[in-house]
Design a protein around this ligand. Structure first.
Ligand SMILES: NC(=O)c1ccc[n+]([C@@H]2O[C@H](COP(=O)([O-])OP(=O)(O)OC[C@H]3O[C@@H](n4cnc5c(N)ncnc54)[C@H](OP(=O)(O)O)[C@@H]3O)[C@@H](O)[C@H]2O)c1
Length: 327
């Protein structure tokens, strides 16, 4: 496993880290014993950074991570998120009282007295124009409740605005072979400000593993079934916002580019790691086998220029017309 510095936080984190949404819920049924085995496997593979949120199974994901931390001696940095417990997303909801309450709950769930990194969890765009909210976070740092804070954004424009706040140290954004726009302007600006970047949804919700077909079925409580058109939350979070059939055709094109000696999943993750602005990819994983596959991406050699060009061409031909300007 290779490590990269997470912006100005001074944390050195695994370039393939662990996305802990699926082990909380919204991805079909998961058993805690399988999730714990997956978490342990990640640590065995050198992962030292986990991304979670208070709402992933309403504390279930955070509590599993606390259990993992109790069982392991390695240092594990945990990034959590706050804001999605609001019944509806309003700027007013991100009040000092609410933020403090959510953070107290995450402290309890994660069994710690100071959170390593708290990210605002895809708040409304208008929030980025309210400096007072960032002031509440500064106060929580001063009070010793959180070490660092950052944002998880839906749109590139939100990311660009967020990094104007001097104490925003990280940005989490969707970046994968089906979502290239962050690399255009945001990465360059983020590098100038030494912002840590967490590339989320790196496998386009599993599509980029190459395992799905037109007849794949998803459980009723899996967002890949219930949120394909943005019925419950931003549709960009499900399959990266790409139409399922369009994506399957693009996956077949990408499959032809995967060099011998790597799985398609590893290719998709290695592609992300080719961008030096990215600190880490945070693939979600539910099983030991998935984690081993995902972590293997860090050990692989760089992709060729030709491979990078071909991915860009598949994106330009098949994906960009549908989604490029959406986020
Ligand atoms: N708003 C936000 O801030 C936000 C939103 C989304 C995600 N995130 C974060 O980003 C992380 C990653 O995104 P994501 O989980 O949505 O999507 P993802 O990483 O693109 O896809 C994860 C899913 O792909 C499948 N998978 C993973 N590795 C695999 C492998 N090696 N082989 C086959 N299948 C594999 C698993 O599901 P199956 O086995 O069921 O197919 C897994 O749950 C999340 O866990 C979360 O921490 C944050």
């Amino acid at each position: 496993m290779r490590y990269r510095t997470l912006g100005r936080t001074a944390f050195s984190v695994s370039e393939v880290s662990f996305g802990a949404w699926a082990i909380g819920g919204s991805w079909g049924e998961v058993q805690d014993k399988d999730s714990l085995a997956a978490l342990h496997k990640a640590i065995d593979c050198g992962v030292n950074f986990i991304d979670t949120a208070d709402v992933y199974g309403m504390g279930r994901s955070e509590r599993l991570i606390a259990q993992l931390k109790r069982a392991r001696k390695e240092e594990i940095v945990v990034a959590t998120k706050a804001g999605r417990r609001l019944p509806s997303q309003t700027v007013e909801g991100y009040s000092r009282e609410n933020l403090t309450g959510w953070i107290e709950d995450s402290l309890r769930n994660l069994a710690t007295d100071c959170l390593d990194l708290v990210q605002l969890h895809c708040p409304p765009t208008a929030l980025y124009y309210k400096p007072e909210v960032f002031g509440y976070l500064d106060d929580l740092v001063k009070a010793g409740k959180i070490r660092h804070y950052g944002v998880s954004v839906e749109r590139v424009e939100e990311a660009l605005k967020a990094i104007e706040y001097p104490n925003v140290k990280t940005v989490q954004i969707i970046f994968n072979c089906f979502r290239l726009r962050p690399a255009e302007l945001f990465f360059e600006q983020a590098k100038k400000r030494e912002i840590g970047i967490l590339a989320r949804v790196p496998l386009a919700s599993g599509l980029l593993t190459g395992k799905f077909t037109a007849t794949s079925q998803f459980a009723k409580d899996d967002h890949r079934q219930f949120n394909r058109h943005g019925e419950a939350f931003d549709m960009g979070e499900t399959f990266s916002g790409v139409d399922y059939e369009v994506a399957l055709a693009a996956v077949e094109e990408l499959r032809k580019i995967v060099p011998a000696g790597m799985t398609m999943t590893q290719f998709a993750l290695r592609w992300i790691l080719m961008f030096d602005a990215v600190t880490c990819a945070i693939p979600g994983g539910k099983t030991v086998a998935q984690i081993a596959d995902n972590c293997g991406a860090s050990e692989l050699p760089a992709l060729s220029e030709e491979a990078m060009k071909r991915v860009a061409a598949v994106y330009a031909d098949r994906i960009a017309p549908q989604v490029h300007q959406s986020w």
